[in-house]
Design a protein around this ligand. Structure first.
Ligand code: GLN
Length: 453
């Protein structure tokens, strides 16, 4: 994999940092342990992985795709990083991402965009485009992403890989640099549903150092993936979300989705249409809640504690903070800090942030009602196949629209997965099928995903 990275990543730009020596030494420890007769630390011991550059690591920099953290090395490992190390999984390096996980194309990285291996003139999705592109170009067999509004699922869809956003609170956020804390969730990415399930079980689990961590056993997702692989979905009730099936989506995406639904029916699933009317307001609610949390979370980058500092020697502390943030943050991050600060300001709080929270509750109720009659919901993962680099950079709203189908799951704290759903008849580019399930029912994703795959 290190050879492959050396050969192709000059063009793809999936990695911000490659840790060859550390990866080889972690691999050697696995070999030594096996050689001395010890049982492997996990089913994935020795299988290398690409880690999104938003999880802290003591032996590599953590930049979150931002200039403001250039060269910063964390004094502690994220819980997820620790779990990877304990499972004997060598970390090949840290992957490119939209700055602080804000974006859908990886073009908001301060370190240049990642290119889609299917067509290097196109975006690999975002914010976790680096992890998805590393998988799709065979630079790593496993990867880690984070999903605040779709950043695992949409990159998976546009690169024909698999990615899961686990139930909120089931993968520790300790050492995951916060974007929007009530939405952020780390999750597994792979090239098959079973690989992804194996990684899911490694990284999930209660963590007393994360106050929103769920104290419950890890869901049996590997068993579910194995069960699903038999291809029998008899007795599984699948709901097609009416509001996520629209003429405004690319025709090739809708055609691929309709074919997927037909295939699920053939596998024995009972498919019905369900209506979730408030999903149509998810985009508006998300793009108030997320910036609000961002404006608060990113206040910690104050030029005193981490990373870069702009200071000509004659500046006050306030001036240093302002100059550093002006130079260190990119355009999209600044845009969201401003929107969030405005939405939270006294006088506007109730009208914007307060209303968005109410919509969030209504979306959760739509899900609850739907899950009274079905086990999983399905939709396209993204309305679009991967677009050309540069096409939407000056039109933030057009960029936000690519998150239409993924946002409701994050707002409700539920789980969802994207699995490859063939190539679009329009342009021959990858399309993803999104499978959604209630909180703490992640195994349903894997059963249906493995049967469909
Ligand atoms: N594309 C979405 C955004 O820009 C989702 C980001 C994410 O999941 N981190 O906010």
């Amino acid at each position: 994999h290190l050879d492959r990275i050396a050969a192709v990543d000059g063009e793809i730009n999936a990695f911000l940092h490659v840790a060859g020596e550390q990866a080889l030494s972690a691999a050697k420890s696995v070999d030594d342990a096996l050689g001395s007769g010890q049982a492997p630390a996990s089913a994935l011991a020795g299988v290398p992985l690409a880690l999104k550059d938003v999880f802290t690591t003591t032996d590599m920099p953590t930049t979150c795709g931002s200039k403001i953290l250039e060269g910063w090395v964390s004094p502690y490992d994220a819980t997820l990083t620790t779990k990877l190390r304990e499972a004997g999984i060598p970390v090949l390096g840290k992957t490119n991402m939209d700055e602080f996980a804000m974006g859908s194309s990886t073009e908001n990285s301060a370190y240049g965009p990642t290119r889609n291996p299917w067509d290097t003139t196109r975006i690999p999705g975002g914010s976790g485009g680096g992890s998805a592109a590393a998988l799709a170009s065979n630079q790593a067999p496993l990867a880690i992403g984070t999903d605040t509004g779709g950043s695992i699922r949409q990159p998976a869809a546009v690169t024909a890989t698999v990615g899961t956003k686990p139930t909120y609170g089931t993968v520790s956020r300790f050492g995951l640099v916060a974007c929007a804390s009530s939405l952020d969730q780390g999750g597994p990415c792979g090239r098959s549903v079973l690989d992804t399930a194996l990684l899911h079980e490694v990284i999930a689990g209660h963590d007393p150092r994360d106050s929103t961590s769920v104290n419950a056993p890890v869901r049996p997702v590997v068993e579910a993936a194995r069960q699903g692989a038999s291809g029998d979905l008899k007795g599984v009730r699948v709901g097609v979300v009416k509001e996520l099936h629209s003429d405004s989506y690319q025709p090739g995406v809708i055609a691929s989705f309709d074919a997927a639904v037909a295939q699920l029916t053939e596998l024995g699933a009972e498919v019905v249409e369900v209506s979730c009317p408030n999903f149509l307001h998810a985009l508006a609610a998300y793009y108030l809640i997320l910036p609000s949390e961002v404006s608060s979370n990113l206040a910690r980058f104050d030029a005193m504690r981490y990373g870069m500092r702009v200071d000509d020697g004659n500046m006050s502390a306030d001036q240093v903070m302002a100059a550093t943030r002006a130079a260190g943050f990119g355009k999209e991050v600044k845009r969201r800090i401003m929107i969030g600060t405005y939405a939270l300001s006294s006088g506007y709080y109730d009208a914007y942030y307060g209303s968005a929270l109410k919509v969030r509750t209504l979306i959760a109720r739509d899900f609850d009602k739907a899950y009274e009659s079905v086990d999983v919901l399905v939709s396209p993962t993204s309305p679009f196949t991967p677009w050309k680099l540069g096409e939407k950079v000056n039109d933030p709203l057009a960029m936000y629209l690519s998150d239409l189908c993924t946002l409701p799951t994050n707002l409700a704290g539920h789980c969802a997965m994207s699995v490859p759903s063939g190539l679009s008849a329009d342009d021959g580019l990858p399309v993803g099928l999104q499978i959604m399930a209630p909180a703490m029912a992640d195994e349903r994703l894997y059963r249906v995903g493995a049967a469909y795959e």
